[in-house]
Design a protein around this ligand. Sequence first.
Ligand SMILES: [Zn+2]
Length: 195
Amino acid sequence: MSELRHDPIARRWVIVALERATRPEEFTYPKPVPESDEPPCPFCPGQEAGTPPELVALRDNGEANAPGWRVRVIPNKRPVLAIEGRPDRSAVGIYDRMRGIGAHELVIETPEHGLAPHELPVLQFAAALTVSRERIADLKGDERFKHILLTRNYGVGAGARIHHPHQQIIAIPVTPLRMAAQLNAAHQHYMLKER
Ligand SMILES: [Zn+2]
């Protein structure tokens, strides 16, 4: 399991994820995968057995973990943070650490492989965002989580390893320093200006 460690100088939390150290491409700029090598990928319809069971899906037909979906949500196969357990904060000398508890979900935006963000039909993108919003609302009910992040990588340069349109939802047990600063600034602005 990964671990969260507090940097007392920079005052921020860092995720140390040993399970993901086997991703050698993190250290070199990855070559783009040729188009012909792509579908079917694990996110394509018909490949559902190759992913963890779906958490939720928007379906026209078919049963769970089978084709017929329009938007599909699955847990990340190699999550940065694990969903089970308590954070179990502990101290080591001047350091603080806690277990890497969190949620790491993938929202597959469309059954169609390889669409660029601007090629996705607006209604399909809206459907994917609606599903993401529902997942975020669900995760908000979990008192262990302090911050929920929605990201959408596109292209190898951004770290997207699978060229099938997808978003990532990450719920973490701490508030990122920059987010806390922004929230404090908004609060202080409101208190001072009353708007
Ligand atoms: Zn695909």
